[in-house]
Design a protein around this ligand. Sequence first.
Ligand code: 5GP
Length: 118
Amino acid sequence: MAEETIFSKIIRREIPSDIVYQDDVLTAFRDVNPQAPTHILIVPNHVIPTVSDVTADDEMVLGKIFTVAAKLAEQEGIAAGGYRLIVNCGADAGQEVYHLHVHLLGGRPLGPMLHRSG
Ligand code: 5GP
């Protein structure tokens, strides 16, 4: 059984957060430290620590993330202008919370995908 993070408490509504979508398999809530006017995290309700831990059983819920992302982008008014989905996996990607999540970012031009490192 994978270890829980703070996201499980958010999903169970044990700690406050700005939840913008929830169903039986997914929860989406605003990032506490937004990097763009819209910054929402879309999270499976069950713990999958990283992309490397994904199994075939997760395919339905992970696919649904895209449906929900598109719906939320529409609701947020960023669908026409464009937006970015990001998934960090592991230390080199800077993953901080080991409960797989997709960042939905938009509301301003987001610039190049990666900083140039040299
Ligand atoms: P990662 O770097 O793991 O891809 O992203 C983790 C994200 O979770 C960060 O953008 C961070 O601001 C956000 N985050 C961490 N703790 C909390 C929290 O308690 N509540 C909310 N809403 N976001 C959080």
